[in-house]
Ligand binder design. Sequence first.
Ligand SMILES: [Zn+2]
Ligand SMILES: [Zn+2]
Length: 433
Amino acid sequence: MKSLLIKGGRIIDPGQKLDEVGSLLISGGKVSWVGRGKETPPESDCDVLDAHGLIVCPGFIDLHCHLRQPGFEEKETIASGTMAAARGGFTTVGCMPNTEPPLDNRKTVEFVKATAASEGAVRVLPIGCVSKGRRGRELADMGGLATVGVIGFSDDGDPVPTPELMHRALEYSRSANLPIIDHCEDKALSGGGQMNEGAVSAELGLKGIPDAAEENIVARDLELAETTGGWVHIAHATTEGVVELIRRAKEKGIRVTAEATPHHLTLTEERVRGLNTNAKVNPPLRTERDARALTQGLNDNTIDIIATDHAPHTGADKSQPFELAPFGISGFETAFGSLMGLVHRGELELATLIAKLTIGPSKILGQKYGLGTLAVGSTADVTVFDPDLEWTVDIKDFASKGKNTPLAGEKLKGKVMATIYGGNIVYKDESIK
Ligand SMILES: [Zn+2]
Ligand SMILES: [Zn+2]
């Protein structure tokens, strides 16, 4: 395979505190040389990707998505989902185990890994179930799942329902050194809720999901993490109260990491007006105040990473009446453009945004895959983007089978221009030479 020279871009690699114009040489699937300014590369016979005026950074890592295969191939497949990920600048994705059958056994995890290896556009790291069959009664074979390389455990889509089960899962997480990723939702409070509970839900006559539904379970999990010494990862944090709970837990030294999604960072419950089912997501879009608290959480490291919770559904799924439509947003292909809005508005530094998509998640993976950095010798996963390019979200362009986005037709500023996975260009905008 010929070497690839990514020439003349602004290289930003927060893991190395690097921010310089230069070039990057990729050979044998690894970063082999980083040259500053106009330094000439050690090889001349290589393919060239011209990155002048663009930003070059480590490939994005998304530790929370739904690829739907096996079982729900009409919504997404590993092939279509990873292609959508590549278009969004993601070179590694952690996929949730709420498939059919669920990833509660080694065989199904092996199937996902094999399918990803043969049909996937980018790296897929499966997450195993906490409980057998996702039923919330007894622990799955977590030890067995760990031997086939799951990166954590989750019953996402649902919470770990009882403190007893969470307690045992956290005890196991300590010995395995893998996180229990909880979808924090107190079903006794959220039951039948359709959107955030507040003025808008009252106006629309929809049953609300109160902040407390999320905060109760986060508080429970933090307490159990403290008593067990286990590692809890809070999936899709959405409320100001949750951010504050995590902040205090971190101050106390509790082993907790947390993620926020692009939609909770950039959209609010106002999007549900007009009963737009594409804005129906769980946990629900909250208020402006909550979104700001999440951004503040990114800035002070209360929130460790950004994860998409890419949740594709079919057109038929989302054409149902609001009460019947499933929760979820197809997020891979709009994530970066919408997040750049935070940078353009001065709410988030560009380097912080990149860190939350690269070195942040790599640290949660224990940096064992050599990802999230462009240091010489690391895996050549690279994302090239234009921070200022304005573009319109056109769902016809989506590689994802899920066209369910509340951003259809909207202008975003900031676009992924090329994605390089293991040294191969897996996505390139037409305008790139
Ligand atoms: Zn969830
Ligand atoms: Zn999810």
